[in-house]
Design a protein around this ligand. Structure first.
Ligand code: HH2
Length: 261
């Protein structure tokens, strides 16, 4: 298991685990450089929190937050832009981002699919029912894995129909987005089934609340749970792990691989 590590660079005042810590562009760039040193293959730069109940951010504000950070990191690493706004993605691509990570799977902005097709960037399509303000209102599934898989299959088709090359599309089950603790656990237990979609699989469990739902831990104390879930996702075939704690996950994977070798 050799998943790529996508290190998280949140340039926000309100992200659920690190909001405010890297809100200044200089601090965000320094953090990204450190994540690369720790073993990150990709840096995912975001200027808007998607935590449940988060307030939406204007295009101007999101641009002000992410543009200098993407520009400052694009020479050091492959940069993905975590946004659902085409104007933000366009500006980020202009200054060096090569992947668009869209938690709405191209449903949030009617111009996003065409932009990604035209610019030939990689695209991460994530499962999320509804939007961040409503997604945790009593989520229900008959079979969460089958439904997430069907959703992602449909979104891959939509992306390809919009002119995005299929080989540039990655899929993500959206751990923590419109799911109960049990839904998240079921998805992680069976995440290998999503490989049947035939696209690289991105999984993000980092510090998420399902971990606290198991042991009551606060957001700063979920590294152990992040490691366990990340190693299991990697063993199940995840191709990319989106994490805050790159050094710890990198070490956990190295040890797991050494043992299994
Ligand atoms: N999770 C978050 C944000 N973006 N993108 C993908 N593809 N997959 C994820 O699981 C995912 C994501 C939420 O985490 P974080 O960025 O730490 O928090 P916030 O949205 O509050 O900034």
């Amino acid at each position: 298991m050799k998943p790529k590590l996508m290190g998280i660079v949140n340039v926000t005042p309100d992200s659920f685990s690190d909001g405010g810590r890297y809100f200044d562009a200089g601090a965000a760039i320094a953090h990204g450089v450190e994540l690369v040193r720790d073993g990150a293959d990709i840096l995912d730069v975001g200027g808007e929190s998607t935590r449940p109940g988060a307030e939406p951010v204007s295009v101007e504000e999101e641009l002000r937050r992410i543009e200098p950070v993407v520009a400052g990191l694009a020479e050091t690493a492959t940069v993905s832009i975590d946004t659902s706004k085409a104007a933000v993605a366009r500006a980020a691509i202009e200054v060096g981002a090569s992947i668009v990570n869209d938690v709405t799977a191209l449903r949030g902005d009617p111009e996003m699919a065409a932009l990604c097709a035209e610019r030939g960037v990689g695209v991460v399509l994530m499962h999320m029912p509804g939007n961040p303000r409503t997604m945790q209102d009593d989520p229900r599934y008959e079979d969460v894995v089958d439904e997430v898989k069907a959703f992602l299959a449909e979104r891959v088709e939509a992306a390809v129909a919009a002119g995005i090359a299929e080989e540039r599309v990655w899929v993500d089950p959206g751990i923590g987005f419109g799911k109960t603790v049990e839904h998240n656990l079921e998805l992680l237990h069976r995440v290998g089934e999503l490989r049947e979609l035939g696209r690289p699989l991105v999984v993000g469990t980092s510090r998420k609340s399902f971990i606290g739902g198991i042991d009551g831990s606060g957001v700063e104390d979920r590294v152990g749970g992040t490691i366990a879930s990340s190693v299991i996702a990697a063993a199940e075939g995840a191709d990319v792990l989106r994490v805050h704690d790159v050094a710890e996950i990198s070490q956990a994977l190295a040890v797991a691989n050494a043992i299994l070798a």
